[in-house]
Design a protein around this ligand. Structure first.
Ligand code: NAP
Length: 268
């Protein structure tokens, strides 16, 4: 049998992770596979019990709805439960299966060149992705975040959780000026309403980051480009979080100098 890793979730058909990992496996000539497997919430315990004893299984990525529940079945060496509260990657280490979260670092990598310490930031959304993003922002010295969400109480709880100052507001509140604006909601995704924001208050050096990757050109990014603002699209984070997981599964860094080819494949 071939060694393999996989992505699990329910539903799982939509996942782009196999395209990314298979591209890197082929590029590096690694004889292993990466597949997608549907696992229901009721089946999660059985899944980990079975895979633990499968010598070919190298680990898995985890997507909706298992990112929190999966913590119950793995070792939490990095104290992720107490910080981000959700894992997206499980890998083998010293005979154990260990959970970690590569979304935070995957989110941050494309903006690592920005000096965000002490800068005002706007985050839209308070779901799982927003948790990883707020964790990353707090780690790099951001102190004030204006968080807009359909449910502002949920936003306020998240800010407190990550020790961030700032306001939690309703989604239709006017934006304050900010160095970075991030969409961490599913608004703008295919089948969802667009995220309709007036960006005129943002300074000209502001960066607008939309983590939605289907479609790649969201109405938010279009509006930011119309104002000549720098933008980061959702594929950057998707590829970034996958790159860290790939190394944990297969023991080699993926060839990031071939991102253009990979992006073309993902958007074909
Ligand atoms: P989630 O935990 O379900 O959170 C969804 C967020 O979107 C919540 O803040 C929710 O508001 C908000 N929302 C959903 N529908 C809305 C609506 N109709 N009106 C207003 N707000 C709405 O999902 P998630 O895991 O955080 O993912 C969010 C998005 O990020 C998805 O599009 C996902 O594909 C994308 N994502 C991308 C990457 C990447 O690597 N690029 C990684 C993870 C996620 P409430 O809090 O009020 O419910």
């Amino acid at each position: 049998m071939t060694h393999y890793a996989e992505v699990i979730g329910d539903p799982i058909a939509q996942s782009k992770s196999p395209v990314i990992h298979e591209f890197w496996l082929a590029a590096l000539g690694i004889e292993a596979a990466y597949r997608k497997t549907q696992v229901t919430a009721e089946g999660l315990g059985d899944y980990f019990a079975g895979r633990r004893d499968d010598p070919d299984w190298l680990g898995c990525n985890i997507t909706i709805p298992h990112k929190q529940a999966a913590l119950d079945f793995v070792e939490d060496r990095g104290d992720v439960r107490a910080s981000i509260g959700a894992i997206n990657t499980v890998f083998r280490s010293d005979g154990a299966i260990v959970g970690t979260n590569t979304d935070a670092a995957g989110f941050y990598a494309p903006i690592a060149g920005m000096d965000l310490a002490g800068q005002p930031v706007v985050v839209i959304g308070a779901g799982g992705a927003a948790r990883a993003i707020l964790f990353a922002l707090a780690r790099v010295g951001v102190e004030r975040v204006t968080l807009l969400n359909r449910n502002p109480l949920k936003g306020a709880a998240l800010l407190a959780n990550f020790g961030l100052k700032g306001d939690a507001l309703k989604l239709d509140s006017p934006l304050p000026p900010a160095a970075l604006l991030v969409n961490a909601t599913s608004l703008g995704m295919t089948g969802q309403p667009p995220l309709d924001l007036d960006l005129s208050v943002l300074p000209e050096e502001a960066v607008v980051y939309d983590i939605v990757y289907a479609p790649l050109e969201t109405a938010l990014l279009k509006a930011a480009r119309a104002r000549d603002l720098d933008t980061v699209d959702g594929l950057e984070m998707l590829i970034g979080q996958a790159a860290l997981a790939f190394e944990l599964f297969f023991g080699q860094a993926p060839p990031r100098d071939r991102d253009d080819e990979l992006r073309a494949l993902l958007t074909a």
